[in-house]
Design a protein around this ligand. Sequence first.
Ligand SMILES: Cc1cc2nc3c(=O)[nH]c(=O)nc-3n(C[C@H](O)[C@H](O)[C@H](O)COP(=O)(O)O)c2cc1C
Length: 361
Amino acid sequence: MGTLEIKNSLVRSATDEGLSTEKGAPTQRLINTLVELAKGGAGLIIAGTAYISHEGRWGNTGTGMDKNCLIKPLSQLCKAVQKADGIIAAQLLHCGSTVNPAILPEKKSLLGPSAMIDPVIGHPVLELSRDHILKIVDDYAKAALRAKQAGFKAVQIHAAHGYLINQFLSTSRNWRKDQYGGSLKKRSLFLYQVYEAIRGAVGKEFPVFIKMSAYDGFPGGVMPQDAIQVASALDAMGIDAIEVSAGTPEGAKKGGWDHIIPAPFKEGSLLKYALQIKEKVNCPVISVEGWRDPLKIVQTLEKIDAVSMCRPFIREPDLANRWLGGDLSPALCISCNKCLDLTLKSGLGCIFHKRKKDGHS
Ligand SMILES: Cc1cc2nc3c(=O)[nH]c(=O)nc-3n(C[C@H](O)[C@H](O)[C@H](O)COP(=O)(O)O)c2cc1C
């Protein structure tokens, strides 16, 4: 992936661990969690999303990449992961108006491409001014540089799942009349500026990835043909890898899809979107969502560069080593999505871990 060679094609997709302090510093429990994943053999670990500015926080237990004073504690995290033979990337996010309701009361205002009542949260959204947009672009660049200085081996731009960059791309959120709204080219300008600013900050050699939604899960959001064009443009600009997701909370609200699909679903349920993008780009493409069966994954790796998983690694942090060691039974994760509530309440976890500790089964 660019200058980065990963250990194998099983990637841990970014997973908000909910284990950082109120100020965004990693706790020892977060370090332990990521070290356990590194020891468990994942080829690349994409850490849970990190906010690029205080206003861009999604919740109050996420990791911060917004202040220089966080570089030191984050470098301890990176060193610990590296010592455990892990390769770790940072995912960078401004959440836009998609915030965790738990911190809604302390957000002075919700921000987005256009003024509206947020269709998911139900609160008013203020339209970002041009100067504010340029400040956010700069915040991304500074956050990426901090990630590099802390020792992350790559950064991933979070452009999926209904957060700010995704909102700019979507006609259901972006009604602007200036250079940031209108045609797909104009709606993508913010993303391209973010990419170029990050590239300028970290240099040509440092790997920069993107996670994008190939389909927002409802007509009016990002559609597959839009995503293919955006992916091709980023490929030409020099992006080092594209992770292809789909679905948004808005999709779920409008009777379509959210991005964390509960069981039952088809193995690798979003593969067709990743393959459509793979056909048009030169950089490596990663398919996320619903990978559980190693035999199907092996077949798929003939067509795609890597697969990424989130929930399976929560239940089994050593999943990659288990499969690479020859135990080819599918992931134990049943995709019940209870990890979402658990993570919000008490930090990353799986109900089956709790049961085991309590002596239930
Ligand atoms: C607890 C939890 C936290 C997540 N946090 C993030 C995140 O920080 N960034 C991100 O891009 N996706 C996040 N996701 C979505 C996953 O990365 C992934 O796209 C989705 O769960 C589908 O993959 P899976 O079927 O392997 O779980 C999260 C999902 C869960 C369940």
